[in-house]
Design a protein around this ligand. Structure first.
Ligand code: PLP
Length: 390
């Protein structure tokens, strides 16, 4: 056992089951272990390092801001925060942005906003937020309640009230739930990430968007995992031709720094007013500088290459031995394997490729700019691990 492992096990709270790998540095899609071993990173720190590890342009932007001004609090105006909000609005058509530090916080803000909107417009009993079975929305007491998986609802009760769960892709079920509850909003991931990399069906999401608009029920797109280029569009809802009222995001937004954002559309831009929400670190200049640096690079060319690289993975894995199905969108991919996913992931790790799991699947979230040679090398190792008879 290495020294890092020993110390971590002794002093860091026991909430993570880590792989026996100590990572000390990285470069692009490669991570380097304390023992000198090289790994191809097919997880990007769970979809965070969108341009890989220690990307030069990103690191320079972050270092420059850190050496200029690292924090002021939200009592004052700072440029990176304003610039980033402008860029997000320009690229999405949303109207205003609230900055926070994580995905769960972005969703908290979305839920607060939806409740306030419905309360203002319809009355204070209109607080129900409908979410989908197998969704994942975060680890706070409210976002655990929003998460549509029963096993997240134990241990920390009572959770926040006012959530109702319906099966994904069942339009009648969601319409019924909207009608039978005092519904403020429907919250969904366009591609369920933790729940098994399952994209929502196009017709379903479009029909849901139309019905929600008719009933003045808000649509909240949880783009924490799917956002920031991951699916080959800047935000995954753009693949569906819908316009959410609220978009939450985090993970890839800062390129490796903790930043979340809750974006508001026309209906919701004015809902939260002075004193109703806040965050000490929200809009932190260094995190915003990191986010600006990555967002500026997510142009059409980059997004098209994300789609191409995704297709490359699909083509290589579909029908391969030991691969039962491949799901996902862009560079957000789930593999149903004949062998247990955890065994495949362990074997890949031993062979120098780091992958994730999602429920019973192997999940891939590589850096968006992973070079094709490294991608092909990783795919070969994953294929071998899937094919192995044990
Ligand atoms: C990871 C994730 C979250 C939670 O984000 P944190 O930054 O860990 O709080 C919320 N929603 C989705 C869809 C996620 O993938």
């Amino acid at each position: 056992m290495g020294l890092i492992t020993e110390k971590d096990n002794k002093y860091v709270a026991n909430t993570y089951k880590r792989f026996p790998v100590e990572i000390v540095s990285g470069s692009g899609a490669l991570f380097y272990g304390a023992d000198g071993k090289e790994y191809i990173d097919m997880g990007s720190g769970i979809g965070v390092n969108c341009f890989g590890a220690a990307d030069k342009e990103w690191a320079a932007a972050v270092a420059k801001q850190a050496a200029t001004l690292q924090h002021t609090s939200n009592l004052y105006y700072t440029s990176p925060c304003a610039e980033l909000a402008e860029l997000l609005c320009e690229r999405t058509g949303m109207k205003k942005v609230f900055f926070c530090n994580s995905g769960a916080e972005a969703n908290e803000c979305a839920i607060k906003t939806a409740r306030k909107y419905a309360q203002d417009k319809k009355g204070e009993e209109y607080y129900t937020v409908i979410t989908l079975v197998n969704s994942f929305h975060g680890r706070t007491v409210t976002t655990l309640a929003a998460t549509g998986q029963d096993h997240f609802h134990t241990l920390f009760t009572p959770l926040t009230e006012g959530f109702v769960y319906v099966a994904a892709n069942d339009i009648e079920a969601v319409k019924k739930a909207i009608d039978e509850n005092n519904t403020a909003a429907v919250m969904f991931e366009c591609v369920q990430g933790e729940g098994g990399v399952m994209p929502l069906e196009r017709d379903y999401l479009r029909a849901l968007a139309a019905y929600a608009a008719e009933k003045d029920v808000l649509l909240i797109a949880d783009e924490v995992q799917t956002g920031n280029g991951r699916t080959g569009e800047l935000y995954a809802y753009m693949n569906y031709g819908i316009v959410p009222d609220i978009v939450s995001t985090a993970k890839g937004l800062g390129g490796g720094l903790p930043i979340g954002a809750c974006m508001f559309g026309e209906k919701t831009e004015g809902v939260l007013t002075y004193g109703q929400h806040g965050s000490t670190f929200g809009g932190n200049p260094v995190c915003c500088a990191g986010a600006l640096s990555v967002l500026k690079r997510m142009d059409q060319k980059l997004l098209a290459s994300v789609k191409e690289k995704g297709s490359r993975i699909f083509a290589a894995l579909e029908g391969a031995k030991g691969v039962e199905a491949v799901s996902g969108m862009g560079l957000m991919i789930g593999i149903t394997t004949t062998r247990p996913a955890a065994d495949v992931v362990r074997e890949c790790m031993e062979n120098g490729v780091l992958c994730l799991t999602a429920k019973t699947k192997v999940r891939l979230l590589p850096p968006l700019n992973i070079p094709d040679e490294l991608l092909d090398k990783a795919i070969e190792i994953i294929k071998c691990a899937c094919a192995k008879e044990v």
